[in-house]
Design a protein around this ligand. Structure first.
Ligand code: ARG
Length: 269
């Protein structure tokens, strides 16, 4: 009898708990994690990004906005932290996270084997595709024409577009000699518009945004690679990674992250 009662009591409290989850869960996460993780500056989550990458991060007046900013703000809120954004060169983000300058790198950053040697990555929260931008009248029709010719390719320094394209032709790139590196994606696009280079290889969403805001350009219909975007976190701060992953999970499950992405990249765009 005693056992039965206990089971009944167990079922009752589970039912109660289930009924309460929606409001309790958010608080529990905060409570459960706040004691176990640390950030560089107490109460703050310092995010490094490179804010010339619409719709993930870009300037609206003086303010950096975009998908990454909104997701990181929501994550910080879950963890009871204030988000601080540092706009830096893209190719300094990993080293800065590794060196303890920034808590996270959040910059439409692709998870790669090589980067995983220097930092941890959160659970991926979005996907990207490397795309090719050319001028509207370009004779470059697809990746094979691009690889096969002697065309000059512009990339943002240190990005996956740079890594793939600057690799040797045997490895699917065009080789160092045909690469022009730029600090920002839009600098590469400006060089393309003025005829200094023949193509830009960059992630598909910024590619679409750049083509929209510059006349006479198009994105080729041949996706090059599919990649996962995630937040880079210092390898020693596993507790922060766990807390961020928990927050990302909750924000995915309750529809917050899908809604943020959909706001900037409406489905069927
Ligand atoms: N996904 C690419 C990479 O990780 C490009 C990211 C560039 N991001 C930026 N905010 N500029 O290498």
């Amino acid at each position: 009898m005693k056992t039965l009662k206990r089971i009944a009591a167990g079922i009752l409290s589970t039912a109660l708990l289930l009924g309460m989850t929606s409001c309790a869960a958010a608080q529990q996460t905060e409570a459960a994690n706040s004691a176990s993780f640390t950030t560089i500056e107490s109460g703050k989550l310092i995010m490094a990004t490179n804010a010339f990458f619409p719709p993930y991060e870009y300037y609206e007046g003086e303010k950096v906005v975009g998908i990454d900013v909104e997701i990181a703000t929501a994550v910080a809120q879950k963890l009871g932290l204030e988000l601080v954004i540092e706009d830096v060169e893209f190719d300094s983000i990993i080293a800065g996270v590794q060196g303890g300058k920034y808590d996270i790198g959040c910059a439409g950053m692709t998870v790669t084997e090589d980067r995983l040697k220097s930092v941890n990555f959160s659970t991926p929260y979005a996907t990207g595709i490397q795309s090719i931008i050319v001028t509207a009248d370009s004779e470059i029709k697809d990746i094979d024409t691009l690889l096969g010719g002697s065309y000059k390719v512009g990339v943002q320094s240190g990005t996956t577009g740079d890594i793939y394209m600057s690799s040797s032709p045997e490895d699917g790139g065009v080789g160092e000699d045909r690469i022009e590196r730029f600090a920002k994606g839009n600098d590469a696009v400006i060089a393309l518009t003025s005829g200094k280079i023949d193509a830009v290889v960059i992630d598909n969403e910024p590619a679409k945004a750049f083509v929209k805001s510059n006349d006479g350009l198009k994105v080729l219909d041949t996706p090059y690679t599919v990649e996962d975007y995630a937040m880079a976190i210092n390898k020693d701060n596993v507790a922060l990674k766990d807390a961020i992953n928990q927050a990302l999970k909750e924000l995915t499950d309750d529809g917050t992250i899908p809604a943020i992405i959909n706001k900037y990249i409406p489905a069927e765009g």
